[in-house]
Design a protein around this ligand. Sequence first.
Ligand code: MD3
Ligand code: FE
Length: 208
Amino acid sequence: MAAIPEGFRYLPGHLDPQAQADLVAELRRLVAAAPLYRPTMPKSGRPFSVRMTNAGSHGWFADHAGYRYLARHPKTGRPWPAIPGALLDLWRTVSGYPADPECCLLNLYAPEARMGLHRDADEETFAAPVVSLSLGDSAVFRIGAAERRGPTTSLKLHSGDVMILAGPARLAYHGIDRVLGGSSRLLPDGGRINVTLRRVTRPPEEDA
Ligand code: MD3
Ligand code: FE
């Protein structure tokens, strides 16, 4: 076991079951407006096992042309839906950051899906924290250091848990080793949803 990087905050069970269910209903509307897609790795062309969609002014996407943010859904060509109010409230409550998030990335994990160790580094500012929420099946999360080969620590994430990654933790390597299928009854079809809120551009407030 290694030390968890400074700036990591973990709020287990931050959302109660009713708030989780309300949010899932809202996310179903979001997915109806902005269908899930499967990004591909830029170099290998290998598809992600996780399916994704976004809300907000900036939506995260990956294909042969690279990792980047898009103003519109890659398939429908429409702007991304607005970030749900409950998620803006969450950010304003826990981020400690003066500007709102621009990207609300929704990751949908089937029980077999995982996410390899990576850093979130496609943003223009790392001064803003990343705020992340887990819904549905539990998962084994791994967090390391700012260097890929550094030591890592594993943590089990459950439905309703919130993480805030600020300071040195903001650039830490992290990933999802596995989803524990059948561990939650929030989603009737099983699986796990992760919602990750990020600032993408540097707001004028950062100069203050
Ligand atoms: C640690 N999502 O969307 S959430 C991602 O559960 C992502 O789907 C994982 O990694 C998931 O980029 C992990 C927690 C998370 C999100 C961002 C981080 C942890 C982080 C940024 C820096 C360090
Ligand atoms: Fe990430």
